[in-house]
Write a new protein. Sequence first.
Length: 315
Amino acid sequence: MASIASFRALRPTPASARRVAAVPYDVVSSDEAKALAAGNPLSFLHVSRPEIDLSRDTDPHDDVVYAKAAENFDALKAAAPLIVEDVPSLYVYRLRMGAHEQAGVAGCYSLEEYEGDIIRKHERTRQDKEDDRTRHMLAVRAQTGPVLLTYRASPAIDTVAAETIASEMPLFDFTAEDGIEHAIWRIAPDRERGLIAAFGNVPALYIADGHHRAASAARVRTQLRGSSGGAGEWDTMLAVAFADTQMKILPYNRIVKDLGSFARGAMVIDCSTVSADTARWAAKLLIELGVSKFVPATPKDYEGNEKLLKAYLGY
């Protein structure tokens, strides 16, 4: 069964929250991160993507980059300022995008359960991306971005979140430049106990996004606890869990611009008829196209969920 623990959050003040808030580190390139953070010394991108404050030819995995992350983090703590909560707490985090909203529980989730598959994965990770976030966490001595989790909806958890939103003032409530509204409430101690018990009845959590953050947190745990295996803050990862009934899964399609050795129109796979041989063929195809250019697809370009992959020259 799943477990959740409260923590003493390091957070901005309400006055500076909107300026500190930033997109996840892995959804923008270095150039995009630099443009987003331009003119805003409080942007958290100076911590999560510190290469934006170094020369353009700097290797993003050079030691100087991680040293810069630690330097920028210390500067942000003083400038924002960032404050440490007086007592460990759990939080309700609500997102609104247009007519859709979802409210999840932010807290510390067990890395023992991650390794024991109570927190379940659906994709493999890349060594270089794991190495990057592991080094980043060790440099700044913090987990700077939450993992996104989901679970089969629990009325008891939903009730705590709804009651907290209805009865407490939010710590933050702002709309980011992309139009998404972010609001966070601290959960009262009397509700927290019931919430922890409710998570104890959740049989499994599922990583919706953040596999590299989770894998890196597990590696940091191994390094920091050492050979003694002693318990500590490194035993958990920062995450937000949303009920499956609230999650909105957005498409993340790609159009292949280079067919390599494959003929025009040959790359159509109907998911309802995929055989083991076809799956192996698809794997070979994707490996061959691994160095090809991919660009975001539009609804017009991508013709329905029944097709796994479709591409034509000239798109």
